[in-house]
Design a protein around this ligand. Structure first.
Ligand code: PBG
Length: 330
């Protein structure tokens, strides 16, 4: 045998020889408690409605949402993030259904709380896009632009009705300037000091939200580039982070997750509050579609994607696979 000198002098492969050795030295572990299930509930339907671009995910009825919440809790998932889909006729320019105490999201919060109590942290999307007829995350001014400060007033009202309905955590996702501060004040002034804020801190204007727009029946005209971040920017996220913390965010989130792992890592290094990442609809759809074609191994790809998000620094992961993945991990 030819000799090539003393290499390899060190053999990292020794730690990879057996499954138990690999398990012992694994630096990242997924746990069901790190997972949060995003769920859609649609008003006025008798059967759950499949979402074409998200095979396996449905718009729930009030009943099937309750069941999904119980299943998630039983699997060890920690939280459920609720999105309401109102009847089409109830959408208007101001997103009135979003602040109606009997609006679908508020009803769903009460349903889930009544069903699972404190077995799950119940979270709610605090944003107007599901309720506006133009599909934007805020209200528009007379020139059709999203009016930041007028939107903040609507968010304050939303925070109060969601908290009145019994939510544990609100998730302001509209990327309006000052939204965390306004929501914190609104909660505190209405006796909801204990309701926590999961801030969508770094939220990018992403093509990967495509399937979600179908999931909530969004009628968005135009795009969200004047309020969501440019995918080109990283430093900007650090600025958003500083503001959200100053305004009172209890937890911060990066969204999407997979294409923004560098942002996640930077933020996780910089803060001492819990950090979450949202593996969004398009990330879900890509793996499901490739797996359906037989091009990748579905379950392994899911676990690898989740592990990558965890490794990059997310404590919590919002994922549509939460219940299924939690069962694998138990
Ligand atoms: C806004 C909101 C969106 C998502 C969560 N909250 C859509 C958007 O900003 O356009 C996307 C989630 C996903 O794609 O899975 N209410």
């Amino acid at each position: 045998m030819t000799s090539y000198g003393s290499f390899p002098g060190t053999r990292p492969r020794r730690l990879r020889v057996t499954p138990v050795m690999r398990r012992m030295v694994a630096e990242t572990r997924l746990h069901p408690a790190d997972l949060i299930l995003p769920a859609f509930v649609r008003e006025g339907i008798g059967e759950p409605a499949p979402i074409g671009a998200m095979p396996g995910v449905v718009q729930h009825t009030r009943d099937t949402l309750r069941k999904a919440a119980v299943e998630a809790a039983e699997a060890g998932v920690s939280g459920i993030m609720l999105f309401g889909v109102p009847e089409e006729a109830k959408k208007d320019a101001a997103g009135t259904a979003g602040t109606d105490p009997d609006g679908i999201l508020q009803v769903a919060i009460r349903d889930v709380k009544a069903e699972v109590g404190d077995a799950l942290a119940v979270m709610s999307d605090l944003c107007l896009d599901e309720y506006t007829d133009h599909g934007h995350c805020g209200v528009l001014d007379e020139r059709g632009r999203v009016d930041n400060d007028a939107t903040l007033e609507r968010y304050a009202e939303m925070a109060q009705v969601q908290a009145d309905a019994g939510v544990d955590v609100v998730g302001p996702s509209g990327m309006m300037d000052g939204q965390i501060g306004v929501v914190r004040d609104a909660l505190d002034q209405t006796g909801h000091e204990d309701v926590a804020i999961l801030a969508y801190t770094a939220k990018y204007s992403s093509a990967f939200y495509g399937p979600f727009r179908e999931a909530v029946g969004s009628s968005l005209r135009g795009d969200r580039k004047t309020y969501q971040q440019d995918p080109a920017n990283l430093r900007e996220s650090m600025r958003e982070l500083a503001l959200d913390l100053e305004e009172g965010a209890d937890m911060v989130m990066v969204k999407p997750a997979g294409p923004y792992l560098d942002v996640l890592a930077r933020i996780a290094d910089a803060v001492d509050v819990p950090v979450a990442a949202y593996q969004i609809s398009g990330e879900y759809a890509m793996i499901e579609a490739a797996a359906e074609k037989g091009w990748i191994e579905r379950d392994k790809a899911i676990l690898e994607a989740l592990t990558g998000i965890r490794r990059a620094g997310a404590k919590m992961i919002l994922t549509y696979w939460a219940t299924e993945a939690a069962r694998w991990l138990r």
